[in-house]
Design a protein around this ligand. Sequence first.
Ligand code: ADP
Ligand code: 5GP
Length: 205
Amino acid sequence: MAATSRGTSPVPPDVRPRLTVLSGPSGVGKSTVVAHMRKVHPEVWLSVSATTRRPRPGERNGVHYFFVDDEEFDKLIANGELLEWAEFAGNRYGTPRRAVLDRLEAGEPVLLEIDLQGARLVRQSMPEAQLVFLAPPSWEELVRRLTGRGTEAPEVIERRLAAARVELAAESEFDTTLVNTSVEDVARELLALMLEVSGHRADSD
Ligand code: ADP
Ligand code: 5GP
């Protein structure tokens, strides 16, 4: 299918914004899809998470993550500043609460890219949120992407693959699955899901 979302188009005013959560196994392409959304659809507000992980080459503080140390992360938790948080492959990640709620109150669609545990926590605290699972075309392709990224040590890749096996089994908990064969197609489909008016999907009525 050809990608159609090439330009920057504003979010139409007649649609009801809501919180959308994008989740899926490590290496499936979540941050690639989010980076594409950032470029092609800057009108979609993306939550920036706090993490105790070290920045990868090219990652910028305040853009890709807020990079914090353990002590700062402890404070964010203690002060109730996180909407949800989880430990993933040896590091902690959390969604700053205030920014997300402000955007939703302002009527803007909001996208969170978080892990499975975080998606479950959001479902509990905000049942109206839409949960989207990003799936790989195959297990072999997932292993290839995770290994090919070249940013993790072998033992970290092993830990992430072990987590991915568990995460793949959770697909049925999500409202929708998008298979990441083409980043452009996924971004276009994700935007369409985010802008759905009534909360009823045409294919589920
Ligand atoms: P995640 O954020 O889910 O851990 P990344 O976005 O870092 O995953 O992607 C993992 C690797 O897969 C990267 O090298 C990225 O370039 C590659 N990738 C992502 N999407 C696709 C795709 N649709 N086709 C081929 N490679 C992809
Ligand atoms: P990475 O280290 O590859 O950037 O992210 C590792 C995992 O943490 C990914 O599955 C990503 O979706 C998840 N993640 C990123 N930010 C958050 C967050 O704020 N909360 C939760 N629960 N997971 C997050």
